[in-house]
Design a protein around this ligand. Sequence first.
Ligand code: SAM
Length: 297
Amino acid sequence: MSLLTASRNLVDNLSHHVQKTLYRKNLIKLAPLYNHAKWGDTHRFAQHYQKHFAPLSRKKLNILEIGVGGYDDSTSGGDSLRMWKTYFPNSNIYGIDIVEKQGLEEERIKIFKGSQTDEAFLKEVINETGELDIIIDDGCSINEHRIKTFNILFPFLKDGGIYAEENTHISYWPSLGSNWSEKGEKSVYLANCINVGGSIDLNASHTIMAMYKRLADGLNYQEFLNPGYSPSYFDKHIVEVHFYHNLVIVYKGENNEGSNIIENNTLQPHILQELGVNSLEELAIDFTTATSASNKV
Ligand SMILES: C[S@@+](CC[C@H](N)C(=O)[O-])C[C@H]1O[C@@H](n2cnc3c(N)ncnc32)[C@H](O)[C@@H]1O
């Protein structure tokens, strides 16, 4: 390397370092300094994260991100973990990846190797980290796997915690890498797009977006007129669901506000009185076709 190139690199590195310090509280400017391809032009998550995370940035939090980056290369990845480390200067940053990434660990960044669908592994991780304040899923691109991870990890969020689901495009098309055929046939990829199903049938129930749409309904579970309905853990512990392009953000809390008309999923006595009946049965409404709640989503 020539002296000129070396000094140019040094100046670039210094300027990068100065900018990271300068923009440490502004994710919109900070994020592209860590990974321009992800945050700069194509992924617009930073503006949403800035809105939700800014009030928390100086706190001492436990933050977990699924998907360290770099895929099969164990020496590559960690951009977002390092970005969170700068943005949350008092927090512990944890990462999970199916590929060994421990070489990327730094002070305040710890990385676990395992699959986001392996319940025993995830529980071991929680044993080490303790309950979490923020969970971000930017891992596997399979709907079923993301849904399983949410079911396992959401209960380990603290009250007031935030769960962020990136890349909800997987509801509509699969990621390129894992679905390109060996011969690079585009038709195979396109067939896989159709198989995902969420583009053709927006009510397809198996996608990650469908899960969050159901969880959004759960915000109103106390308004459901459905005698015998048994609220799920998620009904009772989700207080906000924010939908953005390619990103969903969920807040945990006690969802117990109550309704003006419904109590225990049936009409309140004063409403029955106003309707001139003593019980719902007298109204002869058939609730037998109502779907029963499950504790999973
Ligand atoms: C999009 S990259 C993560 C990028 C990183 N969050 C960033 O913004 O810099 C996805 C990562 O998820 C990992 N991954 C894929 N399937 C996984 C699974 N089942 N469990 C854990 N990690 C997985 C991949 O190895 C890859 O490194």
